[in-house]
Every structure is written in C-alpha cells, then in structure tokens.
Design a protein around this ligand. Sequence first.
Ligand code: ADP
Ligand code: 5GP
Length: 189
Amino acid sequence: MAKGRLIVLTGPSGVGKGTLLRSLFARHPELYLSISVTTRSPRPGEIHGQHYYFVSRPEFEKMAAEGDLLEWAEFAGNCYGTPRRPVEEQIQQGRWVVLEIELQGARQIHKNFPAALRVFIMPPSLTELEQRLRSRGQDSEEAIVRRLATARAEIAAVGEFDFQVVNDDLDKALLRIEQALFVPLAGSV
Ligand code: ADP
Ligand code: 5GP
C-alpha cells in the first residue's frame, strides 16, 4: 500500500491558504484535508463539519485533556486543534493528509512527526497582507489588528520550514506548492 504522509501548510492569516487549498484539492482529490476544531465563532457561510468543527471552550479543553488532539494552539484569542483519530486513520490507509495550521501547531507537529513536510506561505508584502485581510471583509477591526501583529512573528519563522512559497500570483503559487509536494528534490526527505 502507498505510504501515508503528513503535510503542514502554515502562513499568516489572510495570506491565501484557504484559497490555495481549494484549488489544490480540486486538482488533487486524492489528498485529505484535516478538519480542525475551534472555539472561534463561524464566519458567515462557514459550515460546521466542513470548514471547522465549532465547539465551546470546555468541549475543546476536554478534547485536549483526553489526548484527542494531535496538536493545538491558541491563536488571536481562540483555540484551534487537529483531531487525532481521522488523521491517524487516513495516514494508516496510505493517504496524504494536509494540516492547515498556525506556527505553534506546526512546531508541535515537527517535534512529534519529524518526517512531516512543512510548507510556509508568504505574502508578497505586509501591506498586501493587510489589504487581503480587509478585502476578505469577514474579521472585525480588532481581529485584523491582532492577526497582523501575529503575522510578523510568523513570517520571522519562515526559515524553520522545508519550503516557502510566496503567494503573489495565485496560479504560480499553486504550481510551487505542487512542486514542493509532488516533485521531491534530490536529498530532500
Ligand atoms: P487565509 O486562509 O490564509 O486566511 P484566504 O484564502 O481567506 O486566506 O484569503 C484572504 C483573501 O485574499 C481572500 O479575499 C482571497 O480571495 C485573497 N487572495 C488569496 N490569494 C490571493 C492572491 N494570490 N492574490 C490576490 N488576492 C488573493
Ligand atoms: P482562521 O480563524 O482564520 O480560520 O484561522 C486562524 C489561524 O488558525 C490560521 O493561521 C489557521 O492556519 C490556524 N488553524 C486552523 N486550524 C488549526 C489547527 O487545527 N491547529 C492550529 N495549531 N492552527 C490552526
């Protein structure tokens, strides 16, 4: 059976991770996207079980305490985590599982699963990142300010990742992600 694989995709909020992943999954339906649990409230149009599992803080804390999360972190005032069981099941079945998670979670995965491939998505500039966060029009001013402050620290950690992809032009960025995933370079693991 084909070997399962863990792929981590990280990058500041608003950089375009969700947009890139939608295209990636349309082109590669064999990939499996892990659905996270979060204590954040749903944005307009977000569906429970599709975008996230939206849970209360006590529910989240119970999952974390019982070891049901592969990794978890607090981000901009809310908790986010990866449910352990579906990821382990999919890897066992030989599938490639993509985790779209922030920096602290990516570090936990690196520590516990050193073979995981980690890709960091960079914005062309901080000004463009702010523009994208605002143009999405789904976060409050306070949330945007918090996300931009966190973005600076996240971008400073780009060197920890196996690949960095600048999301300037969407199609080009998608191609670069595909190269990172499907065309292993000599010497890479
Ligand atoms: P994330 O999932 O990283 O928070 P989103 O995928 O929600 O980011 O994208 C944030 C905003 O930026 C959206 O309005 C999206 O349409 C826009 N966007 C994404 N990629 C690009 C790109 N390459 N060029 C211009 N705008 C983009
Ligand atoms: P958003 O609120 O914009 O959907 O997500 C905020 C941040 O949380 C993003 O950087 C996203 O990658 C991250 N995130 C989403 N799910 C998880 C998760 O399961 N674990 C961790 N550590 N971060 C997550």
